[in-house]
Design a binder for this molecule. Structure first.
Ligand code: C5P
Length: 404
């Protein structure tokens, strides 16, 4: 795989796996990349700046306040000059600092200052990896679009066994190549909604629906895989955040709408969320009590904002391509065509959500794509495959246009 002409900023943090960073440098350079290494104080306990310097054939950064380094290349410039920032190994400590936005040495300052994609390869003791603090830090970083490779499972230097081993250098190089591959949607911004929304009735009860978010999450992953800078606005789901996607977690339709507006501008928006059409007019501040003999409470509902219609409305912020979903149980194609006209979106993906179809919550979907040219029916496919096909179709639209 060719990395010719690519510039990698490699941050080596502390841990026994740091020795593998040397092999990583060798493989990156063999692929044609130029590597600039930065060593944390912890990293310098395991590998030397001299080794990294010899292998990268470039000065190794270590000191935020170095007069010579700053005069040659300031730390902000260092982080901007790279095509990709790779943190390998990424210790529990540096991941925590990244999640918190700390900048107390050269490595963390670069990570806070960079406007480039970041790939982290965690390596730590299995108990550290499984600690709720590490889990929360990883979730934060993933939600910000930091790509993660590994860790692998296996025996560890500390004698334990489990997840925490640094991914092997060839796997890290493959992740680098995938992130740097200029996909057909490179330079495009995509917005995807996914999952249900939860509309509170009182502090413990809510209105919801059966959406799992599988289709929307798969679409976000597929768009990101084609190079789009993708934001996924997700309602409550039991799915991991897709890699390489910035995820905004929301509960209600109104929060989903606000997160979508905040994510604009976008070239393409795909509204796959099953947004609740109504919410309770006034959610109770206290749990509604069940009193013996008392009539059940009546819920007064009011309409939620229609995010798809709002994104489709003409205006300077309208994405070039807006795709909606139509989940129907009746006359699917007629309902979907009417929805396309009513909402003002460009395409509708119509799927049959009658119980027999199994689309809601299932792994497969049978869909029809409605565009201005008409309807085309796709065979029954895994949701991942539906997502890949849809992303390809979206890429074809942008491929036929010049990027402005
Ligand atoms: O109106 P209906 O829910 O049938 O339309 C489905 C399409 O509209 C889906 O793409 C869904 O994500 C979107 N939608 C929305 N906001 C709503 C309701 C639906 O974005 N409040």
């Amino acid at each position: 795989m060719s990395l010719a002409g690519k510039r990698i900023l490699l941050i080596v943090s502390g841990g026994i796996a740091a020795y593998k960073a040397l092999e990583l440098v060798r493989l990156l350079r063999a692929g044609g990349a130029a590597v600039h290494a930065v060593l944390t104080a912890g990293g310098a306990r395991f590998v030397t700046a001299l080794s990294l310097q010899a292998l990268t054939e470039a000065p190794v950064g270590a000191d935020l306040f170095s007069l010579t380094e700053e005069s040659e290349m300031g730390h902000i410039q260092l982080s901007r000059a790279a095509d990709l920032v790779v943190v390998a190994p990424a210790s529990a400590d540096i991941l925590a600092k990244m999640a918190a936005g700390l900048a107390d040495d050269l490595a963390t300052t670069l990570l806070l200052a960079t406007d480039k994609r970041v790939l982290a390869a965690p390596a730590m003791n299995v108990r550290m990896w499984e600690h709720p603090a590490s889990i929360a830090n990883l979730a934060t970083l993933r939600a910000r679009g930091v790509a993660i490779v590994g860790p692998d499972q296996g025996p560890m230097a500390c004698g334990e066994w489990g997840f925490g081993r640094l991914a092997e250098p060839p796997a890290i190089v493959a992740a680098v190549a995938a992130l740097l591959a200029a996909g057909p949607l490179a330079g495009r911004r995509a917005l995807v909604t996914s999952g249900p929304t939860h509309e509170p009735i009182d502090p413990v009860r809510y209105l919801a629906n059966r959406s799992s978010g599988r289709q929307g999450h798969a679409i976000a992953a597929a768009l990101a895989a084609l190079g789009a800078e993708t934001t996924l606005v997700s309602g409550p789901v039991a799915l991991p955040d897709p890699p390489g996607v910035a995820v905004r977690h929301v509960e209600t339709a109104r929060a989903m709408r606000d997160a979508c507006i905040a994510a604009l501008p976008a070239d393409v928006a795909v509204c796959a969320a099953a947004v609740a059409d109504w919410r309770v007019a006034e959610a109770a501040g206290e749990k509604i009590k069940k009193r013996p003999g008392a009539a059940p409470p009546a819920l007064a509902l009011v309409p939620n904002p229609d995010i798809l219609a709002e994104l489709s409305a003409p205006g300077p912020a309208r994405p070039r391509l807006v795709v909606g979903f139509a989940a129907e149980t009746g006359d699917l194609l007629a309902e979907a065509a009417a929805k396309r006209a009513r909402k003002g979106c460009d395409w509708i993906v119509a799927n049959d959500v009658s119980t027999a179809g199994g689309a809601m919550g299932g792994a497969e979907n049978t869909v029809h794509l409605l565009t201005a040219e008409g309807a085309e029916s796709w065979p029954r496919l895994a949701k991942d495959e539906v997502a890949r096909r849809l992303a390809q179709r979206i890429a074809a639209v942008f491929g036929s246009e010049r990027k402005t």
